[in-house]
Design a protein around this ligand. Structure first.
Ligand code: ATP
Length: 366
């Protein structure tokens, strides 16, 4: 059947925040921040509770006014523009649907508010419902829908009027894990189909890594790191980023020359090259999946540094097994290995050797 695509898509628009900040009384919710969201980009604001994600979203939406700075939409200053004129659509965690209205009327609402004709409304609502897989649900009330279906209505109501920018505030926060993953894939597909710029908020790091072109990791009202999912995972800038995104082992020591770092117990390890002077204090990070574990007596890989230790904990978490090792020089190192059946998994108390490739160590800035 021929399906006419009603104009619901538009090339993305850009947002620039220049020195934007927000104080509530004497409390700084957001320090002066520069951030450019590119046309058509899927950018995620990630961070712990209270880090300033919602504040940043509300500033862009115009729900609150900044203390300093300017907001540009496609280069045009919208800092003082009322929210309804900005063309920014919102999808909320609690769906914010109107309970007494049908699915059709909920999705039609933004179009009625813009006084569009009955004919256009019917076509656009049907297109939006088609895009979120809800054709045939027009007459239902929100309470007759599952959580995932309600969130699809919330998304349809947002895309129906082709906003310049779509912002989603923890849209999948109320859903269980499987449905969350399914909806993540749907939102990604929708983003690709529409080409709209999306600013997405979550405190779930896996969701952020999975969905985003770039992730803006917030901490204490500041950007801790802005980069691609790969940047954040493989090149975390500092300790906060390394610990928030994925699991990490942090080891501190002192640069001892010839590309090595001396750590606890006067043991040394090779580290990736850098421009630091000998004697500097540093911290390096290694991901658990890059830590190799072999039993004592088994051959360690040639050219690798080896730490001896004893397994203190083994956690079977499905596909992966987490093994915690206390090393002889007083470190606690976590390794992740692909799981085998119970009888083949390592056991607490076993003496082991740990090693990794020098190139798997990341030197952190602070
Ligand atoms: P969450 O993940 O919990 O939603 P968040 O990263 O969105 O957190 P924000 O809501 O932006 O964090 O809050 C940043 C800081 O600003 C917090 O310390 C918060 O208590 C404070 N804050 C936010 N709104 C107000 C307000 N209206 N008045 C006073 N302080 C506020």
């Amino acid at each position: 059947m021929h399906h006419e695509i009603v104009s619901c898509s538009q090339a993305g628009h850009s947002i620039d925040l220049n020195g934007i900040s927000k104080m509530f009384g004497r409390m700084t919710a957001l320090h002066p921040t520069d951030l450019s969201v590119r046309k058509g980009e899927f950018l995620t604001l990630l961070g712990p509770s209270g880090s300033g994600k919602t504040t940043l979203l509300n500033l862009i939406a115009g729900a609150i006014a900044p203390t300093t700075g300017a907001i540009l939409l496609d280069g045009r200053d919208i800092t003082r523009m009322p929210p309804r004129d900005r063309g920014i659509g919102m999808v909320f965690q609690n769906y914010a649907l109107m309970p007494h209205m049908s699915v059709f009327e909920n999705v039609a609402y933004p179009l009625r508010a813009r006084r569009q004709s009955t004919q256009i409304i019917r076509a656009k609502v049907q297109d939006a419902l088609e895009r979120v897989g809800l054709r045939g649900f027009e007459e239902r009330k929100p309470r007759q829908l599952s959580g995932g279906q309600q969130q699809r209505v919330g998304i349809a109501r947002c895309i129906v009027y082709s906003p310049a920018i779509i912002m989603m505030d923890e849209p999948l926060g109320a859903l269980d894990k499987n449905l969350r993953e399914q909806m993540q894939a749907e939102i990604k597909r929708l983003h690709e189909a529409l080409g709209t710029t999306i600013i997405y908020v979550t405190h779930d790091q896996e969701e952020a890594l999975n969905m985003s072109d770039r992730v803006c990791l917030m901490n204490g009202g500041q950007i801790a790191q802005l980069g691609t999912p790969d940047d954040l995972y493989f090149q975390p800038r500092n300790r906060f980023v390394a610990e928030f995104v994925g699991e990490s082992n942090l080891i501190s020591g002192r640069l001892s020359g010839n590309g090595r770092m001396t750590m606890a117990g006067n043991q040394s390890v090779a580290i990736p090259g850098g421009q630091r002077p000998e004697g500097s204090e540093l911290q390096v990070m290694v991901r658990p999946e890059n830590v190799r574990i072999v039993g004592v007596g088994e051959a360690a890989v040639e050219g690798r540094d080896v730490l001896n230790g004893e397994i203190t904990m083994v956690s079977f978490i499905g596909g992966m097994t987490r093994v915690t090792v206390s090393t002889e020089n007083g470190l606690k190192i976590v390794a992740r290995t692909v799981s085998g059946r119970a009888e083949t998994r390592p056991e607490p108390g076993a003496r082991v050797q740990l090693s990794w490739l020098p190139s798997d160590l990341v030197v952190l800035d602070d």
